[in-house]
Design a protein around this ligand. Structure first.
Ligand SMILES: [Mn+2]
Length: 370
């Protein structure tokens, strides 16, 4: 059995509120589907964040449906779990995946499927507040997987080893015994080994946030194909990803030189950081004059102090540490709840925050959380 492992397609995302950027994410999805079909995969495993939000725009639903239909009409089985972006954390809520025919959506109620003697188990995204439920479910699946020679665990979670600030699990806490851990959530491309099996994040299929640019420059974007015989991941690179040209500049000459880095055909996103003592406005005007036409979007920011670390650190301010400082007097589970709530509300997900709060206080009132 040959399967594709894909994740974090974020259909419906519209970076800079540009239609072109919304279309870029659909293009990456359809190129992925094309390649899955031409490579002859038997199963497509999607590890969450198919959509960018739990109530996707109609266009995103239509594009998802088209891709899924193209796969299933070629006999490709499609197995998915909801990620943190495409599920409302609320009792009785349904992930948008539920509207598609012919897709096996793994949920807490129906968490595994066997295809060609390969056990595929999965748990939808659960935030850190639900760590116990997550581990309990994975342990249950590990027990079932024992009866099969080959087994795949599908998760949409951050592990501390790969996502140091916002993880839900320590890498060592993951139950052993699966031959392949099909992960989603981390947007960079990671292929690693764990307890005698393979553990992989295929990464996002397009550049979703500025801090993904470094990984894209190094590794590109795409997904993985895996032969269940040996479970070795093989990278598939997408060719349609819109390039990002990023630079830190301090002079008019440096700005003029940048347009030479534009590839013909695809208008890049230009991410420009202006430093130094020269007049910011002069450089900003120059950037607009030289770079606007050939680029899709010009993102210009001023940086006050010169630093080599600006891009290496990206925008990863450790909010968890800041919040932990501010909430020092609270219990551990209350701080975890506060951080989850902060993340939900920070994404504008008021309903998700409400659901999280309902669950937390229900749990707490029963005295289980203390
Ligand atoms: Mn994601």
């Amino acid at each position: 059995m040959l399967f594709a492992h894909i994740a974090d397609t974020h259909l419906g995302y519209r970076q800079f509120n540009l239609e072109e950027r919304e279309l870029d994410f659909y293009r990456a999805w359809h190129e992925s589907v094309d390649i899955m079909i031409s490579e002859g995969v038997d199963v497509a495993v999607h590890s969450g964040d198919l959509f960018d939000e739990p109530r996707p725009p109609i266009r995103a639903l239509v594009e998802a449906k088209r891709g899924i239909k193209r796969l299933t009409s070629k006999g490709v089985r499609v197995v998915m779990i909801p990620g943190n972006h495409d599920m409302l954390m609320r009792r009785g809520a349904m992930a948008p995946h539920a509207i598609f025919d012919g897709v096996d959506v793994l949920t807490l109620d129906r968490s595994s499927i066997v295809i060609d003697d390969v056990f595929i188990g999965g748990v939808p995204y659960l935030s850190k507040s639900y760590q116990d439920i997550l581990l309990e479910n994975i342990r249950g699946l590990a027990g079932e997987a024992k009866d099969y020679k080959q087994s795949i665990l599908v998760l949409h979670q951050g592990l501390d080893k790969y996502l140091p600030y916002e993880y839900e699990l320590g890498a060592g806490e993951l139950p052993e015994g699966f031959s392949y851990y099909a992960m989603g959530h981390v947007h960079s491309r990671i292929e690693d080994e764990y307890a005698g099996g393979h553990i992989c994040y295929p990464g996002s299929t397009e550049i979703w946030r500025a801090d993904e640019v470094a990984d894209w420059e190094k590794s590109g974007k795409g997904f993985l194909t895996v032969d269940a015989g040996d479970m070795r991941p093989r990278r598939v690179d997408l060719s349609c990803v819109r390039p990002v040209v990023r630079a830190e500049v301090s002079s008019v000459e440096e700005i003029s030189a940048l347009s030479g880095r534009f590839e013909s055909g695809s208008r890049p996103v230009v991410s420009l950081r202006i430093r130094g003592d020269e007049d910011f406005n002069v450089l900003y005007e120059k950037a607009k004059e030289v770079l606007s036409e050939g680029s899709l979007y010009l993102d210009v920011r001023k940086i006050s102090a010169p630093t080599d670390e600006t891009f290496a650190r990206g925008e990863a301010i450790d909010l968890k540490v800041l919040l932990d400082d501010a909430l020092g007097g609270l219990e551990e589970d209350e701080r975890i709840f506060a951080f989850d709530l902060f993340k939900r509300l920070g994404h504008g997900d008021v309903e998700g925050g409400q659901g999280l709060a309902d669950d937390f206080y229900l749990h707490w009132k029963r005295g289980e959380g203390q």
